[in-house]
Design a protein around this ligand. Structure first.
Ligand SMILES: *Cc1c(COP(=O)(O)O)cnc(C)c1O
Length: 418
């Protein structure tokens, strides 16, 4: 069935049978810690697979054991998430950061090198720059404007190229919407792969997935989400997800079992509800964003706008944008004439658009990256990335585009002229 229908047609029913729950059309919340085995032999067989003591037989179903290991609300949600990215398997987490930290801890050991793109989400940046070195992992960053050759040179100069184990990418980058070529990252990873060691590529797809970018198609091994954002979509939960091949996901799921950072059944249930409207929400958000970006681009108090839909054909990242994305998305950032004072005057004057961090929700959200989401990143790096004092990040919601434009316009009117 999943081969024929589009994901949006399957989000209401896939992987769930009403007869499991008294005919109830919706999957109930399985608010339970543990599951009863039919026999002791069955319990033993379930544990052998869950703890990685043996591979699952081709037709063997992994039975329900305990809600830290598996639960119907998580398993059905994971099966549904797999459809959007055409992934073999998925694991959901209690937050995006839990998903990211678990991937980094599973695929990086002391002495290994992680190559990562800049800028990164502030929490990821902190984990890579401050936590990983404390356990002996080496780190090396590259910039969106670096060519493959530049990156290979950086790797060679670092003296750690042969220890490369993971390439970690965020594209488009938060908050500048810079795009990174995933295919190029695959080529770099393959160059340092040996008989003894694979080099994996992991992509944080929070900004554009699961609708407008499919990293596995471009050579990524793992996709990571903050499901708090578009997948949840209502600013009412925190969650994360990782998707990839059966073999890699089995490693991720075993570590999740022992870290105990899986999502709760209620979060799984909320996310299944969110997935039913994922496509209509995201498509409306993108439509609105295109109109909002056009308005901002023409406004005399806006000096510079970062929106994929406005990228010039001559921009060095344009080819990657066209190859890698199915749309321009609904995230943008723009500079207001002036500095922090003018940016704050704008943010303080917003009425319909809410002043808050986070993104991807039904309501539009605006924030000031330099003093908020990216406050932990060092100043030189922020300057280099173009995260200036007047930069505002905007996540466009599902409101009427004309109302959004009206609100943004009146807030810009409130900004003093410099
Ligand atoms: C929000 C976000 C995260 C972290 O996710 P949480 O659910 O807040 O833990 C990671 N990456 C990106 C790009 C994000 O926007």
């Amino acid at each position: 069935m999943s081969e024929f229908y589009k994901p949006e047609s399957l989000m209401m029913s896939y992987g769930y049978q009403p007869e499991w729950s008294e005919g109830s059309i919706k999957c109930p919340i399985f608010q339970t810690s543990t599951f009863v085995f039919k026999t002791a032999e069955e319990g033993k067989a379930f544990f052998e697979v869950a703890y990685g003591k043996r591979q699952q037989e081709p037709n063997e179903k992994l039975g329900l054991i305990y809600s830290r290991i598996n639960n119907p609300d998580l398993e059905i949600l994971e099966n549904r998430l797999c459809l959007w990215d055409k992934a073999d398997d998925c694991a959901v987490f209690e937050s995006g950061m839990a998903a990211i930290a678990t991937v980094l801890l599973e695929f990086l050991k002391p002495g290994n090198l992680v190559l990562y793109s800049n800028p990164l989400y502030g929490g990821t940046d902190h984990f890579i720059q401050h936590f990983l070195p404390s356990i002996g992992v080496k780190t090396l960053g590259f910039n969106p404007w670096d060519s493959q050759e530049d990156i290979l040179n950086k790797l060679e100069q670092s003296g750690n190229a042969s220890s490369l184990s993971l390439v970690y990418v965020e594209t488009p980058a938060n908050p500048t919407s810079d795009v990174i070529d995933i295919g190029m990252c695959r080529a770099i990873a393959d160059r340092y792969k040996t008989e003894e060691k694979d080099v994996y590529v992991a992509v944080d797809n929070t900004y554009m997935g699961p609708l407008w970018q499919h990293p596995l198609d471009h050579g990524a091994d793992l996709i990571i989400y903050s499901a708090t954002k578009y997948i949840g979509g209502h600013s009412d939960l925190i969650a994360g997800a990782v998707l990839g091949s059966k073999a890699l996901m089995s490693r991720i799921k075993v570590l999740r079992t022992f870290l105990g950072n899986m999502a709760a059944p209620y979060t799984g249930w909320l996310l299944m509800r969110s997935l039913e409207t994922l496509k209509v929400r995201m498509e409306q958000q993108q439509k609105n964003a295109i109109e909002v970006a056009r308005f901002l681009n023409d406004h005399p108090k806006i000096t510079n706008i970062h929106y994929l839909g406005l990228m010039d054909e001559k921009h060095p990242q344009f080819k990657t944008y066209k190859k890698q994305y199915e749309g321009p998305g609904a995230m943008m950032a723009f500079e207001i004439k002036g500095g922090e004072k003018e940016a704050f005057a704008f943010l303080n004057a917003l009425r319909l658009v809410r002043l808050a961090v986070s993104l991807g929700s039904t309501e539009s959200l605006a924030e000031h990256p330099r003093s908020m989401t990216h406050a932990g990143v060092n100043d030189d790096q922020l300057d280099q990335m173009g995260v200036s004092h007047s930069l505002v990040r905007l996540s466009v919601g599902v409101e009427h585009a004309a109302d959004l434009i009206h609100d943004l316009g009146q807030a810009l009117d409130a900004v003093p002229i410099v």
